[in-house]
Design a protein around this ligand. Structure first.
Ligand SMILES: Cc1ncc(COP(=O)(O)O)c(C=O)c1O
Length: 458
């Protein structure tokens, strides 16, 4: 047996020499000076490397340079991915403003952490259609003067960005701060051919999962703040409470190298060139159902990220074809999503698409509409009930969920803590399992992958 099973598995994986159409954004061909990627640089808060109260230390200096390049008041370096930025941003935005939040159901679980910690009451907004976020009208209609914060997830996992300019304006007219989880859109800001960043649309707090698409180490993320609605001290407060006290200097060095790379016009040109070339592929392979190409044809202001390619059709069939050339980011029954980087080879994408066009991959995926939630408790109230009880799903109707039930992919919660498990929920799970036998987080396995046990409040 291997003495280092993980290391050996990574070596075996890399030996296949396939394209990396997935996170992290750096791939094997670093576009920047990587001399700091060295055991010796794995340091801690020592000597001149320590943070100082007057923020003259090198980490603060680097964060200021990051803020400058993104045109914001402050940026924070996360070594906890986009998760820490999302949680801290929501808690900072709602501090002393109240507990009622308008939030997209497509949010990541780091947003649920904030709902639980902050005792917040979510008003959920569902996606307008598969792969999309909520429509601007849906969101605007949900805002009230009592809304403590508006929490958006934009883009979706597939790089679909709804037109939120009017949404931000409507929120600001009510003095409601806007938090945007832009985890998948770090590469957009200031670049032609990509959706407009929420920073350019005036959002107050924007979280970036920099490692997802840009050349930084996995788990390196960013939070940016701008405008006058958010007190920077509130962000510092939550940031300090939620973050590790041993931040990795390697991860932060990768962010430092990134802020320098972000100033390099050559890197921006490579991104912009990639956007042009990907669009050419959309046209060249118009017989293939590519989500982003379909979105671009519409005139409703929705934008699609050309760094993502979602191939719609029979997921397992497409995946099999794709994996002859590279590894995909995500496969679901009706689609496969790839992420491209300017360091990758679009010529290989071309070859892959050439073989794919001979497959019958144009059928639309079967989509199950989720039942709307019946909220009985806030997520925090449900969470604080101890101990929860495990109940067979088929006997769970009428109970209140203690844990979220989240089908993957795409990871949109079916039930959140505090919501009732209705007959519709049970039927939905049954239909999902019949169609895909997919994984549902929060559902303890049952024999044969059908049914299962759920944790409920008693
Ligand atoms: C929309 C969204 N937000 C936040 C996160 C959390 O990012 P991270 O894994 O970097 O903590 C993810 C992770 O996939 C995500 O998809």
């Amino acid at each position: 047996m291997s003495q280092m099973p993980l290391v050996d598995a990574i070596k075996a994986h890399l030996s296949e020499k396939k394209q990396q159409w997935h996170t992290p954004g750096h791939g094997p061909n670093l576009p920047l000076d990587g001399s700091w990627l060295n055991w010796a640089y794995d340091l801690t808060e020592v000597g001149a490397l320590s943070p100082t109260n007057d923020r003259t230390d090198p980490i603060s200096q680097s964060m200021r340079r990051m803020a400058e390049i993104f045109g914001v008041k402050r940026s924070w370096y996360s070594v906890q991915g986009a998760s820490l930025p999302v949680t801290a941003a929501i808690l900072a935005a709602t501090s002393r403003r109240g507990t009622s939040v308008v939030i997209e159901r497509t949010c990541h679980r780091s947003a649920l952490s904030a709902l639980i910690i902050g005792g917040l009451e979510p008003h959920w907004i569902y996606p307008a259609q598969p792969f999309h976020g909520a429509s601007p009208n849906q969101i605007i209609e949900a805002l009230t003067p009592n809304t403590a914060a508006l929490i958006l997830t934009r883009p979706t996992y597939d790089g679909v960005a709804s037109d939120i300019g009017s949404v931000v304006e409507a929120a600001h007219r009510l003095s409601v701060p806007v938090v945007v989880d832009e985890a998948h859109g770090t590469h957009w800001y200031g670049r032609q051919g990509y959706p407009t960043s929420a920073l350019e649309l005036g959002a107050d707090l924007v979280a970036h999962g920099a490692h997802k698409t840009e050349p930084v180490l996995t788990q390196a993320g960013l939070l940016h703040a701008q405008g006058d609605l958010i007190a920077m001290g509130d962000v510092d407060l939550w940031w300090d409470l939620l973050s590790t006290s041993s931040p990795s200097y390697l991860l932060m060095s990768s962010l430092d190298a990134y802020q320098a790379l972000r100033r390099d016009q050559g890197w921006t040109s490579r991104w912009e060139m990639m956007a042009l070339q990907t669009r050419e592929l959309w046209h060249r392979f118009s017989e293939i159902n590519i989500l982003q190409a379909q979105i671009e044809k519409r005139a409703d202001g929705t934008q699609a990220d050309p760094a993502k390619m979602t191939l719609i059709g029979n997921g397992s069939q497409i995946r099999e074809a794709v994996e002859r050339w590279g590894w995909a980011e995500k496969t679901e029954p009706g689609a496969v999503t790839l992420i491209f980087s300017p360091t990758g080879k679009l010529s290989v994408v071309h070859s892959m698409l050439s073989t794919l066009k001979y497959l019958a991959v144009t059928s639309a995926p079967k989509h199950l509409v989720m039942p709307k939630p019946i909220v009985q408790l806030t997520p925090r109230e449900a969470f604080m009930h101890n101990p929860p009880v495990s109940v067979d799903l088929k006997n769970a109707v009428g109970n209140i969920a203690h844990r979220a039930l989240v089908p993957y992919p795409p990871g949109i919660p079916l039930v959140q803590p505090g919501e009732e498990i209705t007959e519709d929920v049970v039927n939905w799970v049954e239909a999902w399992q019949t169609l895909h036998a997919g994984f549902i987080e929060g559902l303890d396995a049952a024999d044969g992958g059908r049914g299962g046990w759920v944790w409920v409040v008693k």
